[in-house]
Design a protein around this ligand. Structure first.
Ligand code: DGP
Ligand code: NA
Ligand code: NA
Length: 205
């Protein structure tokens, strides 16, 4: 049986990522494909609950330590991800290790390379869709929420880190376009992927 594809969405906050993830899963299910939505952080686990209280500013955690917890949250879901992929389910994932690195490395005194290490060996995405939104368009979508990183200075540093992490095979989607246009573009890219043979699942970094 053909394995499922690992499709990861990345981008700054307010790039429309979560909406596009949901739309993609819906459209794949409508076409009779097996697809499921996942997200990181996955806030429902014990580690995820800690991350949630950190993001909501109800708990402070040392910068390196919280980075390792975000990474641990991805590792704890690895068996489930592999099982589903092997069952032929395509996983559409809202944020992954690239967010992990881009957000932590935006902090003082933590390098991109240090940030990458804990995620070495996680499943390698078959496709990374990067939703690139201009700060003007992001601002028009309404203010940021109340969570820890939702400030424009932080988002600007995160955007620069994403540029450093970007690899040749990433699909960069202009997320300033209408939701419908973004959705069409994503569907084209994903249907190309679904028509290709997938190699054995790789490992990150
Ligand atoms: P979301 O639930 O997608 O809005 O993500 C919550 C916030 O956490 C968002 O600002 C991005 C940030 N984030 C996601 N993953 C990581 C990570 O691994 N490390 C750090 N430091 N921040 C992350
Ligand atoms: Na967010
Ligand atoms: Na996260």
């Amino acid at each position: 049986m053909r394995r499922g594809a690992l499709v990861v969405f990345e981008g700054c906050d307010r790039s429309g990522k979560s909406t596009q993830c949901k739309k993609l899963v819906e459209s794949m299910l409508e076409k009779g494909m097996k697809a499921e939505l996942m997200r990181f952080p996955e806030r429902s686990t014990v580690i995820g609950k800690l991350i949630d209280s950190y993001l909501k500013n109800s708990k402070d955690v040392q910068d390196n330590a919280i980075h390792l917890l975000f990474s641990a949250n991805r590792w704890e879901l690895k068996p489930e991800m592999e099982r589903k992929l092997n069952e032929g389910v395509t996983l559409v994932v809202d944020r992954y290790a690239y967010s992990g690195v881009a957000f932590t490395a935006a902090k003082e005194g933590i390098s991109l390379n240090w940030c990458k290490r804990p995620d070495v060996g996680l499943p390698l995405p078959d496709l990374v869709l990067f939703l690139k939104v201009s700060s003007e368009a992001a601002e028009k979508r309404g203010g940021f929420g109340e969570e820890r990183y939702e400030k424009s200075e932080i988002q600007a540093r995160v955007a620069k880190n994403f540029e450093k992490l970007q690899e040749n095979d990433w699909e960069i989607i202009n997320a300033d376009q209408s939701m419908e246009d973004v959705q069409k573009q994503i569907q084209n890219v994903v249907s190309n992927l679904m028509n290709q043979d997938l190699p054995e699942l790789g490992k990150l970094w």
